[in-house]
Each structure stands twice: as structure tokens, then as C-alpha cells.
Design a protein around this ligand. Structure first.
Ligand code: TXA
Ligand code: MG
Length: 327
């Protein structure tokens, strides 16, 4: 199969036709690129698992273009969903609800809940409104780093998908927050740019953390995700990063530092991929930096962010990428 990258605006008509005929389309969102298929068509959704090499027991998010579409995807939608939707949709929030009968089991890995999200990207929403709600995971090969540009998608899925809609760099840079509303108290199964602190005023209290009770319910979290192909470590300080870098270099390896621009004196002239200056910059740049680094180096050393909120969400991904290893 030939894979083409087409500007999102120019490729939209063709993308609509492909989705309507049961094919896959890669589309941009504000978080990461998605690999979409008609969420009502089990054969089309099956192609997603094949293209990604994704285990069938990991359910997919269904993407909608308007809040009202949730009724086709889910049943017994609680009032709090609409309260959240008013504030956070479109946006980087995915909500788990009881599934409607129209959603085939392959989307939900056989489960009776479904994850729903409205992406904050006009091309994505237009594609959906002109075709169907889209079941879509991140558009990477299973276990690799999620893609934040059309080029990243091409590197992973060339020959496996017909069309990539290029909408430029994803603004947020990590996957959406997944909030489960089906198990009593709301629980965050995957942290993201929409934080517990932001959600709390709309839920009555801060949602519990998936660390305690969410891991079994969000099957995706059990896999080693977001992994670069090079050896990777999180640095407990800039000083420890510099020292480890020098040891690797002395052993003849090619290390690289993924740090923000706020430690120039400590890091000196060592090879570096910049993560920008702020926490949001770090979030925006980290996946792209991991992909750049793994192509040219064999040891990746990533800055550690302290603190709660978005900093903790980014660290959730970094610690997965490095497999928990620190220096
Ligand atoms: O930002 C995002 O969420 C991106 C863009 C493309 O929308 N999508 C994404 O999809 O990250 P994926 O498949 O890579 O991750 C979906 C996560 C997985 O951890 C999966 O296990 C969880 O959501 N999930 C999906 N359906 C679920 C359900 N019914 N119950 C619990 N967890 C669910
Ligand atoms: Mg993914």
C-alpha cells in the first residue's frame, strides 16, 4: 500500500470517502495524531489493530464532532458528562461511559464501557461530522512513542495506511486525560493536560488517581508505552545527567540530553535536544525530541519535572518511556 501525506484541508474530501468505504485515515488532533476508522464498522476497526500491531484487548477511544453525538456512542449518560463537556469539549479530555449497543465489541475490547472524546482540531471534527464517529488510537506502531507530526506517523505506518492528513504539529503533545465515570467516584485512568485540579470544580471533588484503582480498568496502561528504541533514563538532576552523559561518552557511546533551556551552564556543550522553557513546552516537545534523539544517539537522558498537575502528567509519560530507570 502506498501511503500519502496530504495537507489536511486538501485531503479532507478523500478522507471522508475513505472512511465511508471502511478504510483507515490518519488525522491530526491537538494531543497526538489519531489512526481512525468508522466506529460502527467492526471490519474497519479491525484494520486499526492490524496496522498498529496493537493487542486486541486494548480498547479504543471514539472521537465525536459535537456533544450530542455522545448519545449514539454511550447510554445512561450522566448529567456530569454534559457539565464537563461544556467546559472541556472540544479538548484533551476523554470520558469513559457505559457503551451503547451500536458500538461493536472490537472498539471496547469486549467491555461494556466506551471512551469518548471530542478533539480540538477543526479538520478532525469536520472529517467526523461528514462521515462517522471515529474509533482511533494514537497513530504510532504499538509500543512506540505517540506521533505529534505527520512525519512521525509516516515513519511508523508507511505502507500500512492509505492517507495521512497533515495538520502540522500537535499543540498539546501528549495523549488526552482519560476520566472514568462508570465506577462510582470519577477516576483518572490516564493523566494529561486536563488535570485533576482543573476537573475538581466540575465534579464536586478531585477525582481519584488511577494509580490506586484504575490500572486494571484502563488496559492500555499495563503495556510499556511511549518507548523510544534507544536506552533511556530520567535524570534526577542536571548535575547527575551531565555526569552520566560523560560516563557514557567515555565508554564510546553516543548520549544525548533532553532538557529545557534553563540549565545551560550545568549542561555545557554536550549534545542536547531542547524541550523549550516551560512545562507546557516540555509537554509539547517531549515525544518529538524522543524520536529525534533515538535516530541519532544510543543513550537518551531526559529532564525530570517536579510538581503536580501537568508536570506530573508529562512525567507519567517520561517514566514509561524510560521504563522507570533513573540516573
Ligand atoms: O489524545 C488521545 O487520547 C489520542 C488521540 C488520537 O485522541 N488517542 C489515544 O488513544 O491516545 P490510545 O488508544 O493510544 O489510548 C487510549 C487509552 C488506552 O490507555 C486505553 O486502554 C484507554 O484509553 N481506554 C480506551 N477505552 C477505554 C475504556 N472503555 N475503559 C478504560 N480505558 C479505556
Ligand atoms: Mg497510544
Amino acid at each position: 500500500m502506498i501511503t500519502r501525506i496530504v495537507n489536511a484541508e486538501d485531503g479532507l474530501d478523500e478522507a471522508v470517502s475513505l472512511i465511508k468505504s471502511g478504510e483507515l485515515v490518519v488525522f491530526p488532533t491537538e494531543t497526538v495524531y489519531g489512526l481512525g476508522a468508522n466506529a460502527f464498522d467492526p471490519a474497519a476497526v479491525g484494520k486499526i489493530f492490524e496496522a498498529k500491531g496493537r493487542p486486541q484487548d486494548n480498547p479504543l477511544i471514539v472521537h465525536i464532532s459535537a456533544v450530542g453525538e455522545v448519545k449514539e456512542i454511550a447510554r445512561d449518560v450522566p448529567e456530569v458528562f454534559y457539565t464537563l463537556a461544556e467546559r472541556f469539549m472540544p479538548g484533551a479530555l476523554t470520558v469513559v461511559l457505559p457503551k451503547s449497543d451500536r458500538i461493536p465489541g472490537i472498539v471496547t475490547a469486549g467491555g461494556d464501557t466506551v471512551a469518548v472524546r471530542m478533539p480540538d482540531n477543526a479538520f478532525a471534527r469536520e472529517l467526523i461530522s461528514r462521515s462517522f464517529p471515529l474509533a482511533a488510537p494514537s497513530a504510532n506502531r504499538s509500543k512506540h512513542v505517540s506521533p505529534t507530526s505527520a512525519g512521525h506517523v509516516y515513519d511508523d505506518l508507511n505502507g500500512r495506511v492509505p492517507l495521512i492528513l497533515d495538520g502540522g504539529e500537535c499543540r498539546v503533545g501528549i495523549e488526552s486525560t482519560v476520566l472514568d465515570l462508570t465506577s462510582g467516584d470519577p477516576v483518572i485512568l490516564r493523566p494529561g493536560a486536563v488535570t485533576a485540579e482543573m476537573l475538581a470544580p466540575y465534579l464536586g471533588a478531585a477525582p481519584g488517581s488511577g494509580k490506586v484503582i484504575g490500572t486494571a480498568k484502563s488496559p492500555g496502561m499495563k503495556y510499556r508505552h511511549y518507548a523510544p528504541t534507544a536506552e533511556a533514563y530520567a535524570a534526577l538532576s542536571a548535575e547527575s545527567a551531565a555526569a552520566f552523559y560523560d560516563r557514557c561518552a567515555a565508554e564510546g557511546k553516543s548520549p544525548v540530553l533532553l532538557f529545557r533551556d534553563i540549565y545551560p551552564d550545568i549542561l555545557g556543550e554536550r549534545s542536547r535536544v531542547s524541550l523549550g522553557r516551560s512545562v507546557d513546552d516540555f509537554m509539547h516537545n517531549v515525544y518529538s525530541a524522543l524520536r529525534t534523539a533515538e535516530k541519532e544517539h544510543d543513550v537518551i537522558i531526559v529532564e525530570t519535572l517536579a510538581g503536580e498537575g501537568r508536570a506530573a502528567s508529562v512525567m507519567n509519560r517520561v517514566m514509561k518511556a524510560v521504563g522507570g530507570k533513573t540516573v
